[in-house]
Write a protein that binds this ligand. Structure first.
Ligand SMILES: [Zn+2]
Length: 370
């Protein structure tokens, strides 16, 4: 149970979660690599995750409570295992933005930049300040208008905007959702972003940005080896966010509806129609324009398709052994028993089947409760 207290400093307030907890896991400040005590409120329901909240003053307590809840669910689902590389997972900073308040995002960015200048500015492995946009030497960024805001004057959408091994932290930018009608968005978006932290936390070696993307399958698995493709990294995150949100809420219909919408809902056109007309396989869609939506949503169906064939556990085995295998293609073949290029072709044939047959896959991977 949390007792909330709002502390205002000039225009900015940081939400401080004071705790009345009956467990032994009281929130406590931890010590950064430079032995400085981090002065941000820490999520109290987590066990080994060290996640800190940095919130715009106009974000509601309810929104912060939902993020907190779902970070702890994500810990149980994705991180609570012996193979977790905690030194890469922690710390996680969650910048909680208000999508309707550009000014508050700009102000929060100043607090964030001061924070990492102080705590993550000590060279190799903890160099987030120098690596990132807070450092005024980085091109294309005016201080206070670049990281939590976009050039067109909008508040930045949710993402993981960091490389933990170089920066010394994970930065989870969490954009707000209207409550109560979009409380599910806090759930599945938090699961989605935490899944990205999980994906990359399996890669412990320091590599170039390009090599990191290659081993993750984000680069080098499309038709153009130099263009990023979302089918695998994002498809996994989208699928697991829908799947586990529904499982946690014991709302199977939610999952079925989301997955059905991915293919057949009207998003400036029906995605499955666009996909089938494109004559491309799922790994060829990029982040470009409307291709992105296809990569994410139909990518989620690719993940569902794969789970139907090999079981969910194989996906986690794939991630925990990816680095040891040293290569995306090799690991894919080893854990899923098929070359990814054949798998995307088989998936293409599957998507050409009648809707009832496609939808019946969901009954197998998330059966009706008896
Ligand atoms: Zn994502």
């Amino acid at each position: 149970m949390g007792l909330k207290h709002i502390h205002k400093t000039l225009y900015i307030s940081v939400i401080v979660l004071l705790l009345i907890s009956c467990s032994s896991n009281q929130a406590s400040n931890t010590v950064s690599p430079d032995n400085l005590t981090i002065d941000l409120p820490k999520i109290d329901c987590a066990n080994k995750i060290e996640a800190y909240i940095l919130a715009s003053d106009t974000v509601s307590d309810e929104g912060i409570d939902l993020i907190t809840k779902w970070v702890c669910v994500a810990e149980r689902l994705f991180f609570d295992k012996p193979s977790t590389n905690w030194e890469i997972v922690n710390p996680i900073y969650i910048a909680v933005l208000d999508r309707n308040n550009l000014e508050s995002a700009m102000q929060l960015e100043k607090i964030w930049c001061d924070h990492i200048k102080k705590y993550h500015n000590s060279g190799k492995g903890n160099n987030g300040y120098d690596n990132g946009k807070c450092n005024s030497k980085q091109r294309g960024c005016n201080f206070g208008l670049c990281l939590f805001t976009q050039k067109e004057g909008r508040v930045t959408g949710s993402s993981i905007s960091s490389n933990s091994k170089r920066d010394g932290f994970n930065l989870f930018i969490s954009n707000s959702h209207d409550l109560p009608e979009h409380s599910d968005s806090y759930g599945y978006v938090t699961l989605h972003e935490m899944f990205h932290i999980y994906q990359y936390s399996n890669l412990t070696k320091d590599r170039s940005y390009k090599d990191e993307k290659k081993i993750a399958g984000k680069l080098g698995t499309g038709s153009d080896p130099n263009v990023d493709v979302p089918w695998w990294v994002e498809g996994n995150a989208v699928f697991f966010s829908y799947y586990y949100y529904a499982k946690e809420m014991q709302d199977r219909e939610y999952f079925i509806d989301k997955m059905e919408s991915s293919l057949w809902a009207e998003w400036q056109g029906v995605l499955i129609d666009k996909y089938l007309k494109s004559e491309k396989t799922i790994n060829e869609f990029t982040w470009n324009g409307e291709e992105k939506k296809i990569g994410y949503e139909i990518g989620a169906w690719f993940t569902a398709y794969l789970i139907d064939k090999v079981g969910e556990e194989k996906i986690h085995k794939f991630y925990s052994n990816l680095e040891a295998e040293g290569d995306f293609e090799i690991a894919f073949k080893k854990y899923f028993g098929i070359d990814y290029k054949y798998a995307v072709n088989d998936f293409d044939l599957f998507l050409r089947k009648p809707k009832t047959e496609i939808m019946s896959l969901l009954n197998r991977i998330y059966p009706q409760p008896k």
